[in-house]
Every structure is written in structure tokens, then in C-alpha cells.
Design a protein around this ligand. Structure first.
Ligand code: NAG
Ligand code: NAG
Length: 420
């Protein structure tokens, strides 16, 4: 990478950062689909006839997050007592609406509620209903100065604590995509494991080396400012992608560091531009096109640029570590060592009940990468590790697929019941 290439990158990066700030098209769409002051309960849950409560809580670092609670199903339950709480955690570039849009027969949130569970739907910082902070404005840079490490340390433990104290019970956890990455990283550091009964991970992500999804392109576009335009997000990662993220020499490392600084600090959060495709991660097996249209009225949601950079580092490095500040001095300042510390999946307590479900056609949670995670979990108590492989499933099938109820959710319900 010569100086000219660096100059080009800086220019493209600046252009990309600028292009992301006023998210014109998406913002317009959102205003149309969500009237001001209306929450997810009123918008998505109440029309199906379920009880629903809006909750808000504040993380230690000041982010105000919202949770939707569906305390029971539509039919009055026999026992009348409170059901077992379950926390549903969405993935990157989406929010809790992911779980609430399909019909009650097809959506995991409603299926769990109708099976007697007390369902809590998470919304990470930066998404539509969790965009407030005690002192920072969501249009400021400082508001967006976090990576998924901060979800591991703050958002997930805070939400689990909130549910524990509100219901006086330990919840089960269920995550999809980046929701599983955050959970696995937290478990590997011993966070929340003693406060959860079990965890079900759909499309578990710990390693991303074999990711072939066009989401990679989306990530690349975040850096090189090609977002927008009319092409569908298809194809593979461009050759420059690796070079961009792995500068070969030390001098370039410093230049790259400056570049990342410029990119991260010039941006106020990452927004995926249209056209967003649900087919961003493999050819899905049972998506209903009208359900997909509904989904696209609410997604994608913004996340921080630092989160996208961090995911890109996971893809590049083939290891799961904390955010790499690239400059060894900065890493020493943050972590006390020149390289960011790794999350070690072998440290997940072997007696913690885990359910993993993954798909053969998933281009994001690629079966090879999931295999590596399973290798790390080989010391896990076999009675407490359930693994399900669905050859025909891709990434989105697990959340909005019409057949997920038959292939996945039934088993999730019986897994939770086993560890109640
Ligand atoms: C697809 O979704 C629409 C609207 O939600 C519904 O009317 C239709 O029955 C669904 N089709 C299938 C195959 O599930
Ligand atoms: C992870 O931890 C296990 C023991 O818990 C250890 O054997 C292994 O070397 C560690 N892996 C890494 C990459 O540090």
C-alpha cells in the first residue's frame, strides 16, 4: 500500500463517513412507518392481541435501553403464575422488531409467550427505541464511541440484571447472529452465566473467517464509501478488502491507525444504505416475501462504526478478541498489552446449558466457523450441550423463516423447559 493508496483511502473514507451521517433515504422511510411516540408494543404486539409492556433501563455508561415484555400468551393460562422469563437478543443492524413482525404462529416471541414463557425483547444501544443517553445526544460522535465489547460489558449484563430484579427469576437467553457473539464473549469471561438458566444460540457467531456473505461487502463499503447505488449486495469480498484491513508493514500500521481514527471519529454511527437485502447471508429456505417486505419497513437499524470495524477485525484476524486500537501504545493503555486480549471460548463454564442451532447455507455463521466453535466447546458437559444442524437453512431463516417454528422453535421450547 503506497502513499497514493493511503491518500485515496483517506479521501474515500471521509466521503463515506460523510455519506453516512444524514441517512436521508432510510430516515424518510422510518418516519413513514413509525409514527412519533409509538413504541414496539403498540405498533407490533398489541394488534396480535398479546399483552405487552414497555420497559426502559439505563446502563452503567448511561445508555437508555428499551425492552418490550410480553408477560403471557393470548389465551389465559391455567396456572396464572408468572412464566419463566426469556430474553430475546437480536443481531447486528437490526433491533427487537425482528422478533415481533411475523404472525403469532411463526414468530418465536409469540410462540414462547403462548408456551407459558414471560418474553423480554432486547433493543441494543443505537437502535430506534434505544437511542437515548443520559447526557449524550445520538447525533454526537461520543454517543457512537463503542464497539460490541461494550455490549458484552454493559448492555447484556444490564438487561439480564434488570429482568432478574423485576421478575425475581433467572431468565433464559436466546440470541441470533451478533446477539450470540456478544453472549459467547460474555460467557467466556464469566459474565451473566450465574444469572441465566440457559442460552439458546441461533446461528452462533464466534469466528468469521469463512464468512462469504455480502455483508462483508457492506462492511467494505463502510470504509470505501461506495454505499448507495442501485446494485443488490451480492458477490464476494473484493480482493482489496484484506489488504485494507491488514497493512503489511509497521509504518503502514500507523497510517492505517490514523485512517481508522479518521473514519471512526468522522462518523456518527453506521447505517446500512439501501438496497438492503435479507439475502445478505445465504440463500434462505423458507422466507415469505410479504413477511420480508414487512421486515424491511423496520430494518436495518444503525450501529456504531466501531462495531463494524470490530467485526471486520474478527473476520480479518481469525481470532475473537477485543477491539484492536491498532497502535500498540493505545492497546497498552486500554488493555495493558500491545495486542487486544482474546475471548477464549474454552472458558465458558462446562455445566452451563447451551443450545446451538446453525444452518448449512448460512454465509455469515459459516458451518466451518461454527465447527471451530464446537471444537472449543469439546470439554463442555455433553448433557448440557445441544447442537442442531439444518442443512437447508440460511441466516434469516432462523428469525423470520416461516418453517423455523417446525425445525427450530419447537426444540428451543423443549430445551428451555428441560432447564427450567
Ligand atoms: C405469508 O405472509 C402473508 C402475510 O403475513 C400471509 O397472509 C401468508 O399466508 C404467508 N404465506 C405463507 C406461505 O406462510
Ligand atoms: C483457552 O483456554 C484453554 C483452557 O481453558 C487453554 O488450554 C487454551 O490454550 C486457551 N486458548 C487460547 C487461544 O488462549
Amino acid at each position: 500500500m503506497g502513499p497514493a493508496a493511503v491518500a485515496v483511502l483517506v479521501i474515500l473514507c471521509a466521503a463515506g463517513a460523510e455519506a453516512r451521517v444524514p441517512a436521508g433515504h432510510l430516515a424518510t422511510r422510518r418516519r413513514d412507518s413509525v409514527p412519533a411516540g409509538v413504541g414496539a408494543c403498540a405498533l407490533a404486539v398489541a394488534p396480535f392481541g398479546y399483552p405487552c409492556e414497555e420497559h426502559t433501563m439505563t446502563t452503567v455508561d448511561g445508555y437508555i435501553l428499551s425492552l418490550q415484555r410480553i408477560p403471557r400468551g393470548r389465551r389465559p393460562s391455567g396456572g396464572g403464575g408468572a412464566g419463566q422469563p426469556v430474553l430475546l437478543q437480536h443481531g447486528v443492524l437490526t433491533d427487537g422488531m425482528t422478533w415481533l413482525l411475523s404472525s403469532p404462529e411463526e414468530s418465536l416471541a409469540y410462540i414462547l409467550a403462548d408456551s407459558g414463557f414471560d418474553v423480554w425483547v432486547a433493543n441494543n444501544r443505537g437502535t430506534r427505541w434505544s437511542s437515548r443517553h443520559v447526557s449524550l445526544d445520538s447525533s454526537s460522535r461520543r454517543y457512537w464511541d463503542w464497539s460490541w465489547d461494550d455490549l458484552v460489558v454493559n448492555d447484556m449484563p444490564s438487561m439480564v440484571d434488570y429482568i432478574c430484579s423485576h421478575t425475581a427469576q433467572k431468565p433464559h437467553f436466546l440470541g441470533h447472529s451478533m446477539g450470540t457473539l456478544v453472549a459467547l464473549a460474555a460467557f467466556s469471561e464469566g459474565r451473566t452465566v450465574d444469572k441465566l438458566k440457559s442460552a439458546a444460540l441461533l446461528t452462533p457467531v464466534a469466528y468469521l473467517s469463512h464468512m462469504t456473505t455480502p455483508l462483508g461487502i457492506l462492511l467494505a463499503k463502510a470504509f470505501v464509501g461506495e454505499a448507495g447505488g442501485g446494485e443488490p449486495l451480492q458477490g464476494t469480498v473484493p480482493p482489496s478488502w484484506n489488504q485494507l484491513l491488514r497493512p503489511p508493514h509497521r509504518l503502514h500500521r500507523y497510517l492505517y491507525f490514523l485512517l481508522v481514527l479518521v473514519c471512526v471519529h468522522a462518523s456518527r454511527g453506521f447505517r446500512a444504505e439501501r438496497p438492503w437485502r435479507v439475502r445478505t447471508a445465504g440463500k434462505n429456505y423458507c422466507l415469505n416475501s410479504s413477511a420480508v417486505d414487512v421486515f424491511l419497513q423496520y430494518e436495518p437499524q444503525p450501529t456504531s462504526t466501531k462495531t463494524m470495524v470490530h467485526l471486520a477485525q474478527t473476520f480479518r484476524d481469525g481470532v475473537l478478541s477485543k477491539y484492536d486500537y491498532v497502535w500498540p501504545g493505545v492497546n497498552v493503555e486500554k488493555y495493558g498489552q500491545p495486542d487486544p486480549p482474546a475471548y477464549n471460548m474454552s472458558n465458558i463454564p462446562p455445566g452451563f446449558p447451551l443450545f446451538l442451532s446453525y444452518g448449512g447455507r448460512d454465509e455469515l455463521a459459516d458451518p466451518v466457523d461454527v465447527g471451530r466453535l464446537l471444537g472449543d466447546l469439546r470439554g463442555h458437559d455433553p448433557g448440557r450441550l445441544t447442537v442442531q444442524y439444518l442443512e437447508q437453512f440460511a441466516h434469516a431463516d432462523f428469525v423470520i423463516g416461516t418453517c423455523a417454528k417446525d425445525y427450530v422453535y419447537k426444540d428451543v421450547v423443549s430445551f428451555f423447559n428441560r432447564f427450567n
